[in-house]
Design a protein around this ligand. Structure first.
Ligand code: HEC
Length: 133
C-alpha cells in the first residue's frame, strides 16, 4: 500500500511539474494574441504590416525569419539602430515592453504563426531565458 501511495504521488507531482513547465502551443498562441494587442499593435499594427519609415513590418518579415535570435532579443531587451526589413531601412528605437520570458515566447509564437510567417519550432520560455543582453 505504501508503495502505491508513493508511486501515485510521484506520478502526480511529475505531471504537475510537466504541465507547469510546458505550456501547450494552443494556449501560448491564445495568450500571445492578447499580449500582441496590448503591447505591439500600436506600432506594428493589426496585421503586422508596420508603418512605412517608422515601424518595420512583422508580416512576412525576412528579418524575423533570418535573425530570429536577434528578434527575440529585441523584444526581450529592446532594439535600436539601423536594420533592414524586407528591403527597407529602419533606424528607430523599440523599448523593452517589460514582458517576462513566457510572455515573450507567447507573443513571438503568435507573430510567427500569422501573416505569412513560419513557426518552425515553438519558442519556449526556457529558450528566451537563455538570451543574454
Ligand atoms: C513604440 C513602438 C513599438 C512597439 C510598442 C513594439 N515595437 Fe517592435 N519594433 C519597433 C521598431 C522602431 C523596431 C526597429 C528598431 C530598429 O530600428 O532597430 C522594431 C523591431 C521589431 C522586430 C524586428 C524587426 C522586424 O520587423 O522583424 C520585431 C520582431 C518586433 N519589433 C516585434 C515586436 C513585438 C512582438 C512587440 C510587442 C511585444 C513590439 N515589437 C512592440 C517599434 C515597436
Amino acid at each position: 500500500m505504501k508503495t502505491v501511495v508513493l508511486l501515485y504521488s510521484l506520478v502526480f507531482s511529475g505531471l504537475t511539474v510537466f504541465f507547469i513547465q510546458q505550456k501547450s502551443l494552443e494556449q501560448s498562441l491564445e495568450d500571445g494574441a492578447e499580449i500582441y494587442q496590448d503591447f505591439c499593435v500600436q506600432c506594428h499594427l493589426d496585421q503586422g504590416q508596420g508603418v512605412a519609415n517608422a515601424f518595420p513590418p512583422l508580416a512576412k518579415s525576412d528579418f524575423l525569419k533570418n535573425q530570429l535570435e536577434l528578434s527575440l532579443k529585441g523584444v526581450k531587451y529592446g532594439m535600436r539602430g539601423p536594420i533592414e526589413v524586407n528591403g527597407k531601412n529602419y533606424d528607430g528605437v523599440m523599448v523593452a515592453q517589460g514582458l517576462d520570458d513566457q510572455e515573450v515566447a507567447d507573443v513571438m509564437n503568435y507573430v510567427l504563426s500569422n501573416w505569412g510567417n513560419q513557426l518552425e519550432r515553438p519558442i519556449t520560455a526556457a529558450q528566451v531565458a537563455d538570451i543574454q543582453k
